[in-house]
Ligand binder design. Structure first.
Ligand code: HEC
Length: 143
């Protein structure tokens, strides 16, 4: 009886510590950075400075994303960048090396959430991912 209650006690302590650690880990995840590393770093570089491994294969080299505010009188041109990243409905002038993320994300969402179709707001999810990226890009701006 006594040992089993001690065991239950230890189990409870273990659960509290375990969930605390999981919580700390969750908080440490930088979603914008993760999204950038997964989808953008191959061309724009891990640091966003335009030196990713795929850059050499493109006709146009990927721009240094840390200079966007500096090149625009210290203000990050959020609306223009949003449209460039989304890419949907933006008239293309010649070839476009940069993937159209609005479409990529829509396709990805549709694949991941096939069962949930009709029960989530696709447009809002795409917007959320693009805004997360913009928030991250705002944090890597050169001062
Ligand atoms: C396949 C390579 C490639 C990938 C992957 C890529 N980009 Fe680009 N990006 C480019 C190129 C090249 C340009 C220059 C314009 C063009 O050629 O389309 C560009 C332009 C941009 C611009 C416009 C900068 C300006 O001043 O107009 C932004 C913002 C941008 N990329 C953000 C992103 C983000 C965010 C991601 C990830 C979701 C991403 N890029 C992924 C190649 C890439």
């Amino acid at each position: 009886m006594k040992t089993s209650s001690i065991r239950v006690g230890l189990l409870a302590v273990g659960l509290v510590i375990g969930s605390g650690a999981a919580f700390a880990q969750q908080q440490a995840t930088d979603i914008g950075k993760q999204e950038f590393t997964e989808n953008c770093a191959s061309c724009h570089g891990v640091d966003g400075k335009g030196n990713g491994p795929l850059g050499n294969l493109l006709q146009r080299s990927p721009p240094d994303l840390t200079q966007l505010a500096k090149n625009n009188k210290g203000v990050l041109p959020i609306n223009r960048l949003y449209e460039v990243i989304d890419g949907v409905g933006v008239p293309s002038h010649g070839t476009r090396d940069m993937p159209v993320w609005g479409w990529e994300y829509r396709v990805e969402n549709a694949q991941n959430l096939r069962e949930a179709r009709g029960r989530y707001d696709e447009a809002a999810m795409v917007r959320g991912r693009i805004l997360t990226l913009l928030e991250y890009i705002s944090r890597i701006q050169a001062r």
